[in-house]
Design a protein around this ligand. Structure first.
Ligand code: JD8
Length: 445
């Protein structure tokens, strides 16, 4: 790749003689030239700026000086004009605080060009006609390296050139290391890194990293990358594709308060249900209850149950019943309900052991999650909240009934600590269903 930089402070680019970029230049992997813009001035004072049309503070860089300079540097380069598509691709790069934000994606795109010409402005910036003039001759990209104000384009040029140059073939010794980087293909921030000594100022290296257990190391690093990204760059996490997140990832994200929806990770809040949730709860219940019913159960029976037990009026009753505690999981941004759970306090199982005051045994009467977020960790958080609520109400155990053939639900409740302790018949719209009864002890808060 050929890179030309035009600036009134050529020494600002001296760091590009150092380190990897310097080595790449000496190895011929990168052909970089820095030019002093004043070399294309014609007046005794080598003037490159003038007062702004329309008034205002500061000075603006003159288009005519930039025109002569860029024409000279671009000479022989008309990839846009000739329209012949294997002409070398040249990009005229204009660092400016008003540009598109420069990202790793931009660096990857620019690394695909044959040539970059970087025009470093100073003062209040370069006359706007320069970008306009060259737009039909070469690809013009106005980029900003971040939402803060610098005094000129040189620092941005250093940033862009280093980010692009290290993507060029042969510049980074082990291209593998490019893969796992922050902002790389995985879209996550990097995991923390450690080296000798294993103990430093009382701080030890995480044991897993010296365990030699590669799978555990890989998992540990992935978990740390997910944690860091959730904490520091939730915007990046929200961009991840659901298919790129496996069950272990989803468990980690759930523990961080995130669920994985059809559009990717989103923050979910679990909160006590409020009376004005009744309609949304009824809608979610009507959608989710049938999905948990055995296919053998007729639609009429299911519809009967939904209409009489899961309608808005029923939920309005449940929400004002002191013996019941309902929690919902909702998307933090949209408020859309993702799931709900209902606990009935002091409600022992049908033929369960009598507890002296019949008290202290809570029933997890309902726990349903929208199908789009199944496996996203939402149900686990709802059950955890239900158990914690029962504990706060002095309950010492919790039971639930789930269809004996619903293997997925039974596995889920087993993962939540429930165990099968019996069975019951559950009437749905007049049709008896075989449920298993599962129970878990509750430790006082
Ligand atoms: C180019 C002149 C200075 C900017 C008046 C201060 C990039 N992320 C970024 N922040 N600032 C720049 C940048 C600043 C520049 C020039 C880039 C040319 N200035 C001007 C407008 C306000 N002074 C940048 N990339």
């Amino acid at each position: 790749m050929r890179i030309d930089v035009l600036t009134i402070f050529p020494d600002y680019l001296a760091p590009l003689d150092l380190s990897l970029v310097g080595k790449a230049r000496r190895a011929g992997l990168l052909d970089l030239a820095v030019h002093d813009l004043r070399d294309w001035t014609t007046d005794r004072h080598r003037t490159v700026d003038d007062t702004p049309f329309g008034g205002g503070a500061g000075m603006v860089m003159r288009p005519d000086v930039w025109g002569v300079a860029l024409d000279a540097v671009l000479a022989g380069d008309d990839d846009g004009a000739s329209g012949d598509d294997d002409a070398p691709t040249t990009v005229l790069l204009l660092p400016t605080p008003t540009g598109e934000v420069f990202t790793q994606r931009t660096a990857e795109e620019l690394a695909g060009a044959d040539r970059l010409v970087v025009a470093c402005g100073r003062y209040e910036g370069i006359d706007a006609r320069v970008a306009e003039h060259y737009a039909d001759r070469v690809e013009v990209r106005e980029v900003s390296i971040g939402d803060y104000v610098l005094n000129g384009g040189e620092v941005a040029a250093l940033v862009v050139i280093e980010a692009v140059a290290r993507l060029l073939p042969g510049v980074v010794g082990n291209p593998e290391s490019l893969v796992e980087e922050s902002h790389g293909a995985a879209g996550l921030l990097e995991y923390p890194v450690y080296t000798k000594p294993p103990e430093w100022r009382g701080l030890a290296v995480p044991e897993v990293l010296t365990s030699g257990h590669h799978a555990n190391v890989t998992r540990w690093r992935r978990d740390r990358a997910l944690e860091r990204t959730a904490a520091r760059r939730p915007d990046l996490l929200a961009r991840l594709a659901p298919e790129d997140l496996d069950r272990a990832d989803r468990r980690v994200l759930a523990g961080l308060g995130w669920y994985v929806g059809p559009r990717g990770p989103r923050r979910a809040v679990v909160r006590p249900a409020e009376t004005d949730d009744a309609a949304a709860l009824a809608a979610l219940a009507a959608l989710t209850f049938p999905l948990a019913c055995p296919p053998s159960l007729g639609a009429d029976a299911v519809a009967e149950f939904v209409a009489t037990q899961l309608d808005e009026a029923s939920f309005a009753r449940y929400l004002t019943d002191p013996q019941r505690a309902l929690h919902v999981a909702a998307d933090e941004q949209t408020g859309e309900l993702l799931g709900y759970a209902m606990v009935v306090l002091d409600s022992p199982p049908p033929d369960g052991p009598d507890s002296p005051d019949g008290g202290g045994v809570a029933e997890l009467s309902k726990c349903y999650v929208h199908p789009d977020v199944h496996g996203g960790g939402v149900a686990g958080r709802l059950v955890a909240e239900a158990v914690a609520t029962a504990a706060r109400h002095g309950q010492h155990s919790m039971w639930l009934g789930t269809n004996a053939d619903n293997r997925r639900a039974r596995r889920f409740y087993e993962r939540c600590g429930f165990a099968v302790v019996g069975k019951r018949t559950f009437d749905v719209g007049g049709v008896p269903n075989d449920d298993v009864v599962m129970s878990t002890p509750i430790t006082a808060p």
